[in-house]
Structure formats: structure tokens, C-alpha cells
Design a protein around this ligand. Sequence first.
Ligand SMILES: Nc1ncnc2c1ncn2[C@@H]1O[C@H](COP(=O)(O)OP(=O)(O)OP(=O)(O)O)[C@@H](O)[C@H]1O
Length: 252
Amino acid sequence: MNSMALEIRNLAKQFGDKVAVNNVSLQVPTGSFYGLVGPNGAGKTTMLSMATGLLRPDQGSALVNGVDIWAAPHEAKATLGVLADGVRQFDRLTGRQLVTYAGLLRGMDREEVATRTEDLLRVMDLGEDGDKLVVDYSAGMTKKISLATAMIHSPKLLVLDEPFEAVDPVSAANIRDILNDYVSFGGTVIVSSHVMDLVQRMCSHVAVIDGGMLKASGSVDEVRDGMSLEDRFVDLVGGRGTSEGLSWLRTS
Ligand SMILES: Nc1ncnc2c1ncn2[C@@H]1O[C@H](COP(=O)(O)OP(=O)(O)OP(=O)(O)O)[C@@H](O)[C@H]1O
């Protein structure tokens, strides 16, 4: 078994003059629950997109369970499930059809796909909305159905860009339970999130990225170094603004 579920080597990406990801290397151990945090525009989505075969890097490589995602995409993607940020789904399908389609696309047996689709709709609390078109789903429902499509083929590594955004607290707790269970049986999860408290409680490891660069990485306890993750984060990425604020917004 490969000891690294994901190995990012010197990834870089530039959009015009903007360096979005600047020579980042990161190792994600198999069986870890890895949080990726950073301010808006830090480069998290760009890095995850390159590491999961969605965006071609200018430089560097990414190995998924030991397989280079750009050199051998089919082999690497067979063990990978991705919840990408802002990627449109085939939203003229119903939720049930979309998850079924994701399973069949992975070459799975039709009966197995049907069983797993019902299981996933149930745990995502979408059972009653399974026959509704995805275009008519709310933001949180869309997030949950996308998560189901990422999990149907029981991948070894799940890469989830902001999986809890727009998801209600009960569904979020259910998803956390599913992910914890998945990790306890040997799966690896990478989540990007802005919720430090959640990352501190949920993750075993964390990486802090800012300005396209890796500021810190390791176990959550190593990175937070006796502080709360939130305080450590503010420390690493620069303090809060000290401006006077919007005086014109004061109505009295
Ligand atoms: N397709 C693109 N074209 C031009 N610039 C881009 C593109 N994608 C990302 N960028 C820029 O690259 C930088 C990193 O963006 P990215 O989406 O990776 O950040 P992020 O850490 O995921 O942010 P957020 O937390 O707000 O989702 C930003 O300055 C963004 O404007």
C-alpha cells in the first residue's frame, strides 16, 4: 500500500500576471483527514484542481495513491473522488439519475449502482427529492448530490472543496459522520474549509496556504502549536485590518 494518498510536487500555476500557486509541495498520508485552509484567493481551489486532474499545472506533478494524475489519468482517477468548487453538474438530470450516471461512468455494475444510489440519497437526506431535477435543487442540496457522485465508486481518496458550504447543520453532521467512518476504515479525505473550528475538531492534519504558498503543514496539533487553529491562522496569514471601517454605514 502506498503510504501517501496524495503527493503534490512543486505545483505552480499563473493566470496572466497573477501567480495563483507558487511551487507548492505537500504530502497527504493515507488514512488522514486533511484540512486545507487559507484566505479567499489563497490558491486552494487552483491547487486542488491541479492535483485532481481538472486544471493542467504550469509546473510540477501530483501523485494519487502513487500514480501521476497527469501521466496516467485513468488509473489515478479510478481511486479518486472529487467534489470540485463551481463545476456545473448535468443539472437536467434528476438527483437519482445524476448519481446513477456517475456510477455507470465509473464502469460499475448496474445493480450495485442502484443499491448504492439509494443508500447515498438516504444518508444525504435526499430520498424524497431523488426524482427532482438537480437544476431545481437548493445550493446545499446540490452540494450533497455532488458529494454523492464523488463517493459512489468507493474511492480511496476523497478531495472535497468546501463540502459544508451552504449545507444545513443536521446534514453537515451526517456528512461528518460518513467521512469519519470512511477514514476509520482506511480512506483518506482532503477538505478545504474556511471554518477553523470545524477543521480543528474534524481533521488530523492541516495545511495553511496563503498567496499561493504553503505557510505551514502537519498534524493539527503541530500546526496550531498550543493556540486555537483560528489564532494560529491569523498569525500565519497576517493580522486583521485596523482600519476605521465604513463610517458612512453608521446610520446614527
Ligand atoms: N481561471 C482563472 N483566471 C484568472 N485568475 C484566476 C483563475 N482562477 C483563479 N484565479 C486567481 O487565482 C487566485 C487563487 O484563486 P483560488 O480560487 O485558487 O483561491 P481559493 O483559495 O480557492 O479562494 P476562496 O477561498 O475564495 O475560494 C485568485 O487571485 C484568483 O483570482
